[in-house]
Design a protein around this ligand. Sequence first.
Ligand code: GDP
Length: 342
Amino acid sequence: MTATVPAAAITGPDGPVQRRAIAKAITLLESTRGDHRATADALLTELLPHTGRSFRLGISGVPGVGKSTFIEALGLHLIARGHRVAVLAIDPSSSVSGGSILGDKTRMEHLSVHPQAYIRPSPASGTLGGVAAKTRESMLVCEAAGYDVVIVETVGVGQSETAVAGMTDMFVLMQLPNAGDDLRAIKKGVMELADLVVINKADIDADAATRAPGADHQRDAHPRPARARRSTRQCAAVAAGSAAAQCTEGRRPERFWSAVTRFRQLQEAGGRLADRRKQQSLAWMWERIESGLKQAFRHNAQVQALLPRLTRDVEQGRVAASTAARQLLALCHPGLDPGSSP
Ligand code: GDP
């Protein structure tokens, strides 16, 4: 792989040359080699003035809720109205299984071959933090290439929603019509992140929805009795603490997009969009600092030598956890006392 990608090829006219440059840039960003990282940082710095002009949309939901069907319909709808659409995925399962739920080639079959769309699944390895870091940077590359709608998709498990909500202008949660109170309670933390809740598959009855492939409910040994058939209008939208709550159906992208547009106008008018992005950038910087420090700590030779013994001492109650932490930290940062104020 060539480690250099000219920024001008990314910011230049769209077409095969630009697509190749985007793909190479993202591969460069995904590389863990130190020299590649330095080149990637230089490229990002060059691209940065060309970023920030897209709308960043996060979409999350359990496998089978209909995300790819929805994004395909939405993407084609937007392209028909003159937009250019990029879809990036964060797949927390990929770091565990080595495969990718979101990387399936058959997903979004029309959108994936459209010249005005760019779709990139998440890398098939790495920690969630690492995968999220690459997605965030890939988003900047797509923006610099003129994609004015960037969709970041994630499977609704674990902390990936927090990562996506932390890098997008609007975070949308997709749910099945019968994702009842139990599920809502479990996912309360996620509900609080949501700017919009889409009740998908509102065209089918609650019973059928529980049989959706991969739906969380399948694991429920005692599913709730089927509810009455619901129409889209009857769906209850629940978006605790959100600025915009709207119930809509995944197969009708025009309704969804008008809700997105209203939300965006509200955010932009009050200067909240700019604030949200600023806060996200700073939170991201600190997240990266913390993860970098942790990595440096774990790679420190003295720490590696002492850690096994201290781990046993803490396990067996011979050394207090805080004392062990202090001793280990002092190896990396002499004079540092994590218990005291600076
Ligand atoms: P994902 O795993 O969240 O990306 O879900 P998919 O988009 O792959 O959809 C899973 C299944 O649900 C597929 O068989 C779709 O055809 C179906 N599906 C998606 N949206 C709807 C909908 O609005 N109504 C109905 N009845 N089925 C849908």
